[in-house]
Each structure stands twice: as structure tokens, then as C-alpha cells.
Design a protein around this ligand. Structure first.
Ligand code: MN
Ligand code: MN
Length: 465
């Protein structure tokens, strides 16, 4: 027979927060079926263009139509609005009185090619890179790399994806052997390998002609020209990157986690898109926004500091034929800035305050603010918006947690929330916690991915005051 709880035990249960495992509220079958689709999504899509194009393709398969071709919006109608394979919005239109939007980014850290990438050095052909985003450079050595992206030749567009098909070759940047690494190992870690050393080896055979000076380089250039019509000049306009090769994998005896490239931030793209496609009740206009360039500060035509969202609102006002104003729309818009955050790591626990940290497997992380020490570079959501979301998640049984992105004075990081907040909408940060963020392979928990999906679906299906 269960012993009767003491009054203080009962009080404790009532007023103190117990952080439970996300699975206490979830069904394993649901977690697994979404995780399967998610693993496929991040294994196949490895550049921002590929992600945006996939989102667009999924939307069209679900009968979304081009917003710019809609003369008058239909209640319950579904539309997409895309810019340059770099930004996309999916819209389920209700009215212009209230909008719930979820914004994420499709770009992930990787190694872009330099304008003149092709070189022969020490009798090997290499492609020289310029890393994109905040990486620990040494992590990108000694792993199989896949070459992805788009180039324009005299004959037209060529889409590259070499290294992920099991029969494909891969590319790699070898590290120095330990036997000769004595001096290297004395260096501080950020200088173990420098930007100019991130040259990937792509070939070693040479052409058979002593009249040519760089025979290995020419051999590869010849291959690129004969196979793709690509000349050295075509690299200048191309957008080609090395990304980690191979599929995302399950981790652990219990298969509870996922090791994969680009959880940051394709987990948010995938779960917000899936939530919009699956949302049943429509209480207000629902929008999914996907940005580019977050990893380098959200600048440029397709970063979140641009006018993509404001232009979208203009288009919606005009095509809804309502007499509302942009400022009225912004006042009644609520935005989830969906991005990953850091989870506390058993091997590096000292960079977090364990009381205010996010834990793998404890649900989607809702964070009032991001940034670093002194709360710089963040938007800091209002108590009212936070409380409304927490109430929603609790009533809808969404596993959620909260934490800070590391100890106050240790570091920190920003996302796009502050850029989205400037027009007057309520904005808050939310996303899954990950380990090894920005590494070629990041670690995430399947139950957190599912919790994010549930949170986004609840946000789409319910009106908040
Ligand atoms: Mn991110
Ligand atoms: Mn990032």
C-alpha cells in the first residue's frame, strides 16, 4: 500500500517545478515516426538552397500555391512565397487580424569554396575553402566531405552533390600525423589548423604531357570540364561548399538520439514546416518563415535583417483586400524564433549553470532571452508572451524546458529574434537543445525534436491573447 504523502511533500509537488523526461508526456511510436522523417530530411538536404527547395517542393505537393499569383486570398488557402532559393514562407491564410509565425534558418556552418579554389600543391590537387559560420576549424579535418551546391557554366546550371551516394568518392582535409605534430600541439586550439589550411584534397593523378606545368591541377580541371562543362572562371560565380558526408545516425543502445549535420537549424525548419502541414484547427493566419545567412549575422538580401517578412506582410495586406495597416498587423503578430540552443554536456558541464541549463531529452527549450553576459544582443520576450506560451504548452501537454545558453560570463550566442522583433511583433526564442553545436556532426534528442513539433503545432492551432 502506498504511504500517505506528508503535507510538505504535497506542498512541494504543488509549488516546485520538477523537470521530467520528455517521454513522460509522449508516445514512443510518435517520436520514432517523426524522427525517421527528420533523419531523412537532414541527411538529404545539406545546403540552404537544398533545404528551401525541399520546403517548396513539400508545400507544392500539399497544394500550396504561389502567393504572388493569388489575386485575392481565400480563407483557409495555402500559399508559398519564395526568394532566390534562399528564403521561403509558407502561409495558411485566415485573416489579417492575427498572425502566428515561426521563423528559422536553413543555413549551417560549412566550408565554402574560394573564388579561385583549384590549386596544385605538393603534387596533389586541392580545393581551397573559406569557412562559413562560427566553427572550431580542427573539427573539420579527417572526415569524409561531400561537395554540394550550384554552378553556372556556358551551358547552364549544374547542381553538385558528390559524396553522399555510397558509390560516390568523398573529399577530405587530412590533419598532421602526431609523430610530426609536436609543434602543432603546443599551439592554442583555435590555431591548430588555420583558415588557409582548410584545403580539401580532390585528386592526385596527372595528365600525360610534359609541356604542361601543373599536371595534377590540369587533370582535375580537365575532368571538371569534360564532366560538368565547368571552367576555372565558373568557380567565381558558383556557390559550392564542402559539407560532412554521410547520413544522420541513431545514437545510443536505446537509439534515443540523433547524430547528424545541421540540426542547427534544420531541426527548426523541419518541425515548423511539419507542424504547419499537420495543423488542424485554424484560429489565425499561420506562417512558417525560413531564412538564410543566420550563421554569419543575418545580413544580406536573404538574412533575417532584410525586408522579407515586411514584404510578405505587404503582399498579404494587399491580396487580402483588407483595410488594415502594417502597424496594426505587426501589433497582432506573434513570432517564435525557432533555433537550437546548447544543452549541458557531461564532459563540459562547467560552462553551464546546471539549475538554468537545458538538458537533452527534456523537451523543447523556450528561452525568454539569448545573447550573453549582461543580456546584450537579444530581444528579451515580455512576461505576458512567455506566460501565454507556458500556459499553452502546459495545457497541450508539450514537453518543454528553459535554460540559459551557458554561464553568464562564459560566452553566449544570438539568433534572429531581435531582428524579427523590430517591427513590433512579440518574439521569443525556442528550439531543441543540442550538444556539439556547429561541429560537423551535432547531437540531438529525438524526443526534443518531437516536442518542438508539438510546440509549433500547438502555437499554430491556438490563438494567444
Ligand atoms: Mn542557429
Ligand atoms: Mn548556429
Amino acid at each position: 500500500m502506498a504511504e500517505k504523502k506528508t503535507p510538505l511533500q504535497q506542498l512541494s509537488e504543488k509549488i516546485l517545478l520538477k523537470k521530467k523526461h520528455a517521454k513522460a508526456l509522449l508516445n514512443q511510436k510518435d517520436i520514432d515516426s517523426l524522427a525517421k522523417k527528420y533523419v531523412q530530411f537532414i541527411s538529404e538536404q545539406k545546403t540552404e538552397r537544398e533545404v528551401i527547395n525541399k520546403v517548396k517542393k513539400q508545400a507544392i505537393a500539399h497544394k500550396f500555391t504561389n502567393l504572388l499569383e493569388a489575386k485575392k486570398l481565400v480563407v483557409g488557402g495555402t500559399y508559398y512565397y519564395a526568394v532566390n532559393e534562399k528564403n521561403i514562407a509558407l502561409i495558411r491564410y485566415q485573416d489579417m487580424k492575427k498572425i502566428h509565425a515561426i521563423a528559422s534558418h536553413a543555413d549551417s556552418p560549412c566550408l565554402h569554396l574560394k573564388p579561385y579554389p583549384l590549386a596544385e600543391t605538393q603534387k596533389l590537387a586541392v580545393l581551397k575553402t573559406h569557412y562559413y559560420g562560427g566553427i572550431k576549424k580542427y573539427q573539420w579535418l579527417n572526415i569524409p566531405l561531400s561537395l554540394r551546391g550550384v554552378a553556372y557554366t556556358q551551358k547552364g546550371r549544374v547542381d553538385f552533390s558528390i559524396g553522399d551516394n555510397p558509390t560516390d568518392p568523398v573529399f577530405t582535409i587530412p590533419d598532421l600525423l602526431p609523430h610530426l605534430g609536436r609543434d602543432q600541439l603546443q599551439k592554442e586550439a583555435r590555431k591548430l589548423v588555420e583558415g588557409e589550411q582548410l584545403n580539401a584534397i580532390i585528386g592526385s593523378d596527372e595528365v600525360d604531357d610534359d609541356a604542361v606545368s601543373e599536371k595534377v591541377k590540369l587533370s582535375i580541371a580537365k575532368h571538371l570540364y569534360e564532366t560538368y562543362g565547368l571552367t576555372e572562371e565558373d568557380f567565381i560565380s558558383a556557390e559550392l561548399s564542402f559539407v560532412p558526408a554521410g547520413n544522420a545516425r541513431e545514437v545510443g543502445f536505446d537509439r534515443s538520439m540523433i547524430l547528424g549535420y545541421g540540426h542547427d537549424d534544420r531541426s527548426s525548419v523541419f518541425t515548423s514546416m511539419q507542424a504547419l502541414l499537420d495543423a488542424k484547427k485554424i484560429s489565425q493566419t499561420q506562417i512558417v518563415l525560413v531564412y538564410d545567412k543566420e550563421e554569419i549575422g543575418s545580413y544580406g538580401k536573404t538574412g533575417a535583417q532584410n525586408m522579407f517578412f515586411t514584404h510578405l506582410i505587404e503582399e498579404l495586406i494587399q491580396r487580402s483586400q483588407s483595410d488594415t495597416t502594417p502597424s496594426a498587423v505587426w501589433r497582432n503578430t506573434k513570432v517564435l524564433s525557432a533555433d537550437v540552443t546548447s544543452a549541458i554536456d557531461p564532459n563540459f558541464a562547467d560552462v553551464h549553470d546546471p539549475t538554468n541549463a537545458n538538458y537533452l531529452g527534456r523537451g523543447v527549450a523556450l528561452e525568454k532571452y539569448g545573447g550573453g553576459g549582461g543580456k546584450y544582443s537579444t530581444s528579451d520576450a515580455d512576461a505576458e508572451f512567455m506566460h501565454a506560451l507556458i500556459t499553452l504548452f502546459n495545457t497541450q501537454k508539450v514537453p518543454w524546458q528553459t535554460g540559459e545558453n551557458g554561464k553568464i560570463d562564459v560566452g553566449g550566442g544570438g539568433t534572429i529574434a531581435m531582428f524579427l522583433a523590430k517591427w513590433g511583433a512579440d518574439v521569443v526564442d525556442i528550439g531543441i537543445p543540442v550538444l556539439a553545436m556547429h561541429a560537423p556532426y551535432e547531437l540531438a534528442h529525438k524526443a526534443d525534436v518531437y516536442s518542438a513539433y508539438l510546440a509549433y503545432k500547438a502555437f499554430f492551432e491556438h490563438a494567444l491573447k
